[in-house]
Design a protein around this ligand. Sequence first.
Ligand code: G6P
Length: 599
Amino acid sequence: MCGIIGYVGARDAVQVLLNGLRRLEYRGYDSAGICISSAEKLHIARSVGKVSALESGPVLKKLYGTVGIAHTRWATHGEPTQENAHPHADCKGEFAIVHNGIIENYAELKQMLIEKGHVFRSETDSEVVAHLIEEFYDGSFEKAVRNAVSLVAGAFGIVAAHRGENKLIAVRKSSPIVIGIGNNEMFVASDPAAIVEYTRKVVYLGDGELAVITPLGYTVKKMSGEKVNKHVDNISFSLSHIEKKGFKHFMLKEIFEQPESVGNVMRGRLKGSEIKLSINVDTRAVRRVILVACGTSWHAALIGKQYIEKYAKIPCEADYASEFRYRDLPLSKDDLVVAISQSGETADTLGAALKAKSHGAKTIGIINVVGSAISREVDGGIYLHAGPEVGVASTKAFTSQVVALFLLALYIRLQNGGLVPEDAISELKQLPAKIDSILDNAGQIQRIASEIKSASSILYLGRGINYPVALEGALKLKEVSYIHAEGYPAGEMKHGPIALVEEGFPVVFIATKDSNYEKVLANISEIRARKGRVIVVADVPGVALEGMADFIIEVPRTIPDLSPILNVIPLQMLAYYTADLKGLDVDKPRNLAKSVTVE
Ligand code: G6P
C-alpha cells in the first residue's frame, strides 16, 4: 500500500526513481510523484493515475538531479488528486517527504501547525510530517526529522529530503523500509523489488529506527539517537523474477509458476514419512490453533482449519485478522496463533499477531516475503519461497499457503505421536506435475471465459474442503473482472442464492469425488432445473455429470484433502481470461492494492 523510493548517488535520479516506481506500482496506483533536490530548490512533479502518466508529463522531462524521492499512492486520506499526491513539502519548499502508512493523530497535529501559521495544500495525513520537520528545523535535518516523528502516532515508513543536502533520512514504524547499498550510491525503498535492479545488498530498518543515507553510506540509529549495527542481507530474488518473462500479465505468469512454487514450499520439508519444519515453537502443548489472515490468505486459512482439526486433532478457528484483533477472545500460552500473509505486511494480520503475542499465545507466520514485518514479530514460521508475487490478485501464494498449512497439520500430528497417512506424502509430491497438466487446458478455459464475460453476476458453489475454493474462485473473478461473484457452501444455496438463478445464470460448481460428491450432484440438478448455466470443475467427469453441465473442466485426481490446490487453478485462469477478454488492467485492478498496510 503506497510505494516509496529514494536515491542518492551520481546517476540521473529521475530515471532510477521512475524505474523503482514502476516496480512498486502494484502497491498503489492512484497517483505518482517525484521530488528532485538541488541546491536551489526542491523540484516536485506529481500526477494523478499511474506512473506512466507522471512519466509523460511535461515537468518531468526538464528535471535532472542526483538526489530525490518518489512515491506511488493508494489513497486513504483525501481523493486521488494532484494536490494529494506525494511528495509533500513544507511551507517554504525546503523539505519534502514520502510516506507509506497512516498517521492516526494527523488532525490534532494539523490543527496545532495551522495555529502556528503553517499553510496546508493537501487533505492528506502525510503532509503534517513535512511541516513538523520545518517547525523543528534549527540547522540539523536529522534532529528535525527525529523530533517530528516523535510526535506522530500510527504506522509509517517515511523518507525525507532537504533542499541542498546530499542526504536522505528514512524512518520506520511498522511500514517496511529497506536500504540498498551501492558503490558510492545508496537507495531506499518500501520494497526490495524497487531496487533489485541496482543492488542485492540491503539493510532492513527495524521498528523505531532512523537512517541517515548519503552516497557514501548509511547510519542507523534508534529514536534515542543510539547507533545500531545492522546486518547486511542479500535480496534472494533477481530482476528476472519480477519481470513478465513474455507473459502478457504478472497474474498469468504467476498462475503458470505454480508447479514450481508448490514444489518450492515442500522442498527440504518432506523426509521419508517425516515433516521437517523449523517453526521454533513446541506444538505439543498447544490446545487450540487460531489462523488469522485477510483476503485470499483467509481462504487458505479456512482450508487449513480443516487440516488442523482432521490431522492434528486440535480445535481450530480461522478468523479474519481485522475481526480477531478486536474480539474479546481469551488467549493463553496454550493457544497457537498462525498469521498467514503473502506480503507479511498486512496491517490487520500484523495487528492480530501482535495481539496474540501480547496475550501470551505462541505465534507463527506462514509468509512469503522474507524479513517482512510479520515474520519479524512471530516466534517462528514457515516461509513459502514462492518468489515475488506482483499481480495484485494473489494466485501462487494461495496454493503455497494451502500446502504449508497441510505440512503444519501433519507436523503437529507427528509431534503428538501420530503418523503421517501413507498417501499424503506421495500425493503432495505429485501436485506440481498435476498442476502442469491443468495449465495445458488454457484453451478450454478461454472459451468458457468468452461465454461468461458479459454476465453481471456468477455464483460459485462447493462443499467441505472445497467450499473455500468456491470463495476464492468468486473473489478472483470479482477482483480482476469486476463481475459480481459470490462463493457459497453448495448446501446453503437453497437458503438464498438460488433466488438469483434464472435462465442462463452462470453457476460454477466444484465437484470433487469425495464424500460430498453425490450431494453436489443433487445441487447441480437443482440449478439445472432452473435453467442455470452450469460450469463444473471435476476430477471424475464421468457419466454422472454428462448432460448436467454446460462445461466440464477436468482436473487430475488427488486425495480429497489436497483437491483445493488443483481445483483453484482453473478458477484463477477463468478469472484471468475473463478480465483479459474484457480488456481490463488485470495486474492493477481498480481500487485494490497488493499490500494493505492500513486497517
Ligand atoms: C490484498 C491483496 C490480496 C491479498 C490480501 C491479503 O487485499 O489484494 O490479494 O490476499 O491483501 O494480503 P497478504 O499479503 O496478507 O496475504
